[in-house]
Design a protein around this ligand. Structure first.
Ligand SMILES: Cc1ncc(COP(=O)(O)O)c(C=O)c1O
Length: 381
């Protein structure tokens, strides 16, 4: 059997990782400024993380959600403490798109409504509900677009209010900072207006922090830079440092009932242990503060590179805009300079999403490698 070919793949086979680096099967070392697409929060193969998962694996790897799984409670309690949402409830699932599906379902059950407002440039996942609120026709099927959704621009707050006035909107969903569209922060004015409008018109707000959460921007959630209180917050990526896990943080006003949500694998021992160890390491190593400090340093360093037209984002979620298409630059960075970085849907923007354990020496190294790659491109012209 062959694989169903849906990914565009670099001709590199990664064999192992350590901290800020990954190594291919020939032993070649790569600096990881992509974090496997914002997934690697605490660095590759952190020894406590590996130890915790191995220890659990030796005890039991799986049983169903029909018994007490204490690791789920540990995860919820630690997440409540570190995220600042102590009084919210946690539903545990397996991925980002699933966390958004569940948030949409909770919102729809609560309001009895089905219309969802989403934003231009959004990405919320590939399963049907999430795809229907994702602004990319290439990943949606006609099955997906049957959902009742409305797309608007972040700046069109008046249009947003017009829709809310109709009284038939179930929820508004936005990313904390848009990732795939090229690192777009909706900003203070958007979040404070939306917060007020949601309260005024009794509409729910769902914050997708799948990419921008878990300390990446220098706060646990990127929306915590702004005066906004979401009803539902969705998480995944950095949560398990590569072990599949996602979740929804749920305001206490929502009441659960038996069978309302569910998942075979959601909340399994191994994913919860990985989630708990990630949070313990984030706390012990002060990684949120580190993301803020190192993010600022990285920002300043990059400002000194004249080829970069604009830098967007916060902390360790940065978009570098150039005045040329960056596909070739990314390729040179990976294959010549041995640095992983990410692309975006904006062909001019490179995405940087390094692990939160980054140190000054990695920033120096990255800056040197980026300059090398840029001068290589200049020579090719
Ligand atoms: C903001 C955001 N939401 C949702 C998702 C979907 O997550 P997953 O691929 O785990 O389903 C992604 C993935 O890139 C994302 O960036």
């Amino acid at each position: 059997m062959k694989l169903f070919n849906v990914y565009s793949i670099e001709n590199i086979e990664i064999d192992r990782g350590k901290g800020m680096y990954v190594f291919d099967k020939n032993g070649e070392k790569y600096l990881d400024f992509y974090g496997g697409h914002a997934v690697i929060s605490i660095g590759h193969t952190n020894s406590y993380y590996v130890y915790s998962i191995k220890k659990q694996l030796n005890k039991i790897s799986y049983y169903s959600n029909s018994i007490i799984i204490n690791q789920q409670h540990k995860l919820a309690s630690l997440l409540g403490e570190i995220s600042g949402y102590k009084n919210y409830f946690l539903f545990i699932c397996n991925s980002g798109t699933e966390s958004n599906e569940n948030a949409l379902k909770i919102a729809s059950i609560y309001t009895g409504k089905r219309k969802i407002i989403f934003f231009k440039g959004s990405f919320h996942g590939r399963t049907s509900g999430s795809a229907s609120i994702t602004d990319n026709y290439k990943i949606t099927s006609s099955f997906d677009i049957q959902h009742n959704t409305i797309k608007i621009n972040y700046k069109d707050i008046d249009i947003l209010e017009k829709y809310l006035k109709n009284g038939d909107i179930c929820a508004i969903i936005t990313e904390g900072i848009q990732g795939i569209s090229g690192i777009i922060d909706p900003g203070y004015s958007f979040f404070s207006s939306v917060n007020k409008l949601c309260k005024k018109y009794n509409t729910l707000l769902i914050l997708d922090e799948v990419q921008s959460g878990y300390g990446r921007t220098g706060k646990f959630f990127s929306h915590q830079y702004y005066p906004v209180t979401p009803d539902l917050i969705t998480i995944a990526k950095g949560m398990g440092n590569g072990y599949p896990i996602g979740g929804v943080l749920i305001n206490p006003k929502f009441k659960s009932y038996n069978g309302m949500l569910g998942s075979t694998f959601g909340g399994n021992y191994l994913s919860c242990v990985s989630g708990v160890s990630v949070l313990k390491i984030i706390k012990k190593e002060n990684l949120i503060e580190n993301a803020k400090i190192m993010g600022n340093l990285l920002f300043k360093k990059l400002c000194l590179i004249p080829n970069i037209k604009r830098i967007r984002g916060k902390g360790l979620m940065l978009g570098l805009e150039f005045n040329f298409h960056v596909k070739q630059l990314k390729s040179i960075l990976i294959h010549k300079e041995k640095v992983f970085v990410g692309l975006s849907n904006n062909p001019y923007v490179l995405r940087l999403l390094p692990p939160l354990i980054i140190k000054e020496k990695h920033i120096e190294l990255f800056s040197k490698k980026l300059k090398n790659a840029l001068s290589y491109i200049d020579k090719l012209k």
